[in-house]
Design a protein around this ligand. Sequence first.
Ligand SMILES: [Zn+2]
Length: 255
Amino acid sequence: MLGWSINLFRIRGIRISLHFSFLLLLAYVCNEGWLADGMPGLLWSAGTFLAFFTCVVLHELGHSLTAMQFGVHVRRILLMPIGGMAEFDQIPRKPSQELLITVAGPAVNFVIAGILWFVVDFPSGWDLDSASVSLADLGRTVLRWNLAMGFFNLIPAFPMDGGRILRALLALRLPYLKATYWAATIAKVVTVPGVLIALYLGQYFVAAIFVFIFMAGEAEYRSVKRREAEEAYWKQVMTEPPPPPPAGEPPVLNG
Ligand SMILES: [Zn+2]
């Protein structure tokens, strides 16, 4: 499902790729803008959409560049309609490193919001869809988006950022697998009402994101469990003494 993508460019060796469904969403957004207001509507829709995803890339770069500081290889950042995903070779087991890598993403959004705060006035409303054609309005819209993105990612729904922060904090005290189990369990407790509330409010897209998080949390817990079992197996194999040579056999000549 994640295979069909287009590579755009590289930043510090990290590939930035677009999933094909991202282009479908862009086409949909442009069409909606065109139907609403002709060419200005199309330009506004495409402009705000690309500004939003630029912030998503910056958020993922926050995670990725911090991870690279700890020697993690970042293969690519994949952009999908539900957001971005940085693909690491491995996630550091050290809770302090996972904590810093995770916090760096939302921190980027709050920094962008802070910079925009100085450039434009504080947004008066919280309507994320408000569209207008002035540059200041674009700035206000992007400011609100970044605040929303930063806070939404901090919801403790593993494997979202908030859930990873929770896992890292739990892993300071608990074994890694136990910490992952509790983070994934809390994610279920958070996402089920999240889906129901989003459906009640008619926010089907948000409901779909919560369903995705629910499944992704469970999948990541299973993968950690599998890896721990494999590691335990190999550890046992490596530490087992070699079997004694069968009695009565002639010594083997080398050479
Ligand atoms: Zn993030």
